[in-house]
Design a protein around this ligand. Structure first.
Ligand code: GLN
Length: 201
């Protein structure tokens, strides 16, 4: 980011709820790029991995030769926000993966896919997120994962009333089980943009 010009945030746009993230980020005054090819990763200040279907995104990332460059950028410290399927893509380990499903990794957690079962596939929740002031976030949980193991260097930033871990972060990554972009609450994205700003100091 040069001087005080707004950062450019990529949104992985192979599949999933790209438009909702784009609308929130634009509302916060940043430039956005829908990322469909590896060369579009260049020059980004941060990246959002949207909700959708993690196994499909995994396949497409490999098919389009985007997995390795993306992993290199994540290892290099590019800030990333993953929501739902995006969290699954960041996790080092998954429970309930389909055969052959891989992740990008880098976030030392285990996530359990579709953890709320088939009967309660989506619901709305109010979630308190560490670092976000004001009332709890109104969020959607849509065939959501939960975090079942939290490793070194990872902090829990959100839990449900039953104790289920639904938000985590490390120094460059934020991963949440829920979709603030569906309900339109932009405070998690603001928190992410703070991480982006910190990474540029
Ligand atoms: N169940 C989906 C998956 O495993 C995630 C759902 C979502 O992103 N809303 O990828």
């Amino acid at each position: 980011m040069a001087g005080s010009s707004p950062p450019t945030i990529g949104i992985l746009a192979l599949q999933g709820d790209v438009a909702e993230h784009e609308a929130l980020l634009r509302g916060l005054g940043v430039n956005t790029v829908q990322v469909r090819r590896a060369d579009q990763l260049e020059g980004l200040d941060g990246l959002v991995l949207p909700g959708g279907e993690s196994s499909v995104m995994d396949k497409l990332l490999r098919l389009f030769d985007m997995k390795k460059p993306l992993q290199a950028m994540l290892r290099g410290g590019m800030p990333v926000l993953g929501t739902c399927a995006g969290l699954i893509l960041l996790a080092d380990e998954i429970e309930g993966a389909i055969t052959g499903q891989e992740t990008l990794g880098g976030l030392d957690v285990c996530v359990k896919r579709n953890a709320f079962g088939s009967q309660v596939e989506s619901r709305e929740e109010r979630v308190v997120v560490r670092g976000i002031g004001g009332p709890p976030l109104d969020v959607a949980l849509i065939r959501a994962p939960i975090v079942t193991r939290v490793g070194e260097g990872v902090d829990v930033i959100a839990t449900l009333d039953g104790g289920e871990i639904v938000g985590v972060e490390n120094s460059t990554m934020i991963g949440v089980s829920f979709h603030p972009e569906v309900s339109g609450d932009d405070r998690l994205h603001s928190l992410f943009l703070q991480k982006v700003a910190e990474s540029q100091r």
